[in-house]
Design a protein around this ligand. Structure first.
Ligand SMILES: Cc1cc2nc3c(=O)[nH]c(=O)nc-3n(C[C@H](O)[C@H](O)[C@H](O)COP(=O)(O)OP(=O)(O)OC[C@H]3O[C@@H](n4cnc5c(N)ncnc54)[C@H](O)[C@@H]3O)c2cc1C
Length: 392
């Protein structure tokens, strides 16, 4: 028997760590190169829908994810300044029964922690932190990656394939596949964490709440394991104003929506901005190099599917990379299996942004449609999304 197949992954985010685990099960030797010094707390809450959860369950992570997450009862949808929710979309046991796995919310840091703890149990996964730079090259038709480990030791690996899981600004995508930068979407996410006590009587803390408004919306959900509540406020900002955002606060401060005003007051000045950019490219691979997750297809978070798509990518790509006779074949098959679905999710996410931010009178028509669809309408409408079964 020869040496085990070697795969290099750039980026120890949700997509990269999921791929490492999925590959390790096949006995592949995996090296993950991460520029940060460790697993980061970057980001805040993530909704992990049934389609993503099924992939995590298949990796044997179901119990660990359940222990670090919370399954909300539903999603309360509030039109602008409405006293009560217009509709509560069912989640809870109904969605778990229908799609074979729960819909949960959790802190991104906790999901990364679960994945990393699982990865550490595999002798055939090494995660190298603090690697600030890597060089990617092709020699004699073989991909070669070189980098400095621990600040001094030069290492060169000639892997069977290299996968860029290095996020929206992916160096692998830009340096290896033609320099595409992400496109600014016109929207900014403002994230904050507040105490559950500060929101008592304002929203139901056993579920997700979405507050619609003209040119903005707010998503609220509890993270009981952290004894905190996740807020994500989405606003529309001009590109020329983006440089000033880091120091700033959301321009939306005076609002007639009393619920929104109370939540903004609870958050005070604790908001952190995140400029929302999208990556829509036709080419996800070149030679023995491929892309997954945000590196391939960063999307607007308005269907809460960015991380979910990275998790699905990893689930589909791993068996192909582990068994194909050449990497190009594996990467081409992976792209063929994934691209149409991801494009559809990107389109739904974009469209949701438009719908959530509608002003009067279009908002009246939107609200009528939401009411008519009923509390379980999203199960039918999104059956293709949540009911997905990955194939390799
Ligand atoms: C406000 C907001 C809310 C969201 N809500 C949801 C949600 O509810 N559900 C959901 O599924 N998704 C959600 N998303 C999307 C989700 O956060 C992302 O899609 C997901 O985190 C992408 O994971 P990734 O591993 O592909 O990339 P990243 O998380 O960006 O990870 C990339 C990793 O690569 C590393 N890296 C980058 N460059 C290099 C380099 N040159 N060398 C080495 N390492 C490198 C980074 O340090 C990082 O660790 C949301 C996003 C936002 C902004």
């Amino acid at each position: 028997m020869g040496a085990p197949r070697s795969i290099v992954i750039i980026g120890a985010g949700i997509s990269g760590l999921t791929l490492a685990l999925a590959l390790a099960k096949f006995g592949v030797r995996v090296t993950v190169i991460e520029r940060n010094a460790g697993i980061t707390e970057f980001g805040a809450g993530l909704q992990i829908s049934s389609n993503a959860r099924k992939c995590l369950d298949a990796l044997g992570l179901g119990d660990a994810v359940a222990a670090a997450s919370f399954a909300p009862e539903g999603i309360d949808l509030y039109p602008f300044n409405a006293p009560d929710p217009l509709q509560t979309l069912m989640l809870g046991e109904k969605i778990a029964d229908r799609f074979g796995a729960p819909y949960a919310v959790m802190h991104r840091g906790d999901l990364a922690g679960v994945l990393y703890a699982a990865a550490k149990k595999f002798a055939n996964i090494e995660v190298l932190f603090g690697v600030e730079r890597f060089a990617l090259d092709e020699r004699n038709g073989k991909t070669v990656v070189s980098f400095t480990e621990n600040g001094h030791r030069q290492r060169t690996i000639r892997p069977f394939a290299l996968v860029g899981a290095d996020g929206v600004n992916s160096a692998v995508r830009r340096q290896w596949m033609g320099g595409m930068r992400p496109d600014y979407s016109g929207k900014v996410a403002w994230r904050a964490l507040v105490s559950p006590q500060s929101l008592e009587g304002i929203v139901n803390l056993d579920r997700v709440s979405v507050l619609f408004g003209t040119r903005h919306h707010l998503v609220v959900y509890p993270l009981p394991h952290r004894q905190t509540v996740n807020l994500a406020l989405f606003t529309q900002e001009r590109e020329r104003d983006l440089d000033a955002l880091e120091k700033g606060q959301p321009s939306l401060r005076n609002t007639k929506d009393r619920r929104l005003a109370a939540i903004l007051a609870a958050a005070g000045k604790s908001w952190t901005p995140w400029v929302l950019a999208a990556v829509e490219i036709e080419r996800w691979h070149k030679g023995a190099v491929g892309l997954i997750g945000d590196a391939a297809h960063a999307m607007l978070p308005f269907q809460a599917q960015g991380a979910a798509m990275g998790i699905e990518d990893a689930t589909v790509l791993a068996p192909l990379l582990a068994t194909a006779s050449n990497p190009e074949e594996a990467l081409a098959r992976y792209a063929a299996l994934r691209q149409e679905r991801v494009k559809r999710v990107q389109a739904v996410s974009r469209n949701n942004g438009r719908i959530f931010h509608m002003g009067f009178p279009a908002s009246v028509a939107r609200d009528m449609v939401i009411r008519a669809q009923g509390p379980e309408g999203h199960f039918e409408r999104l059956d293709w999304l949540y009911g997905y079964e990955p194939e390799g």
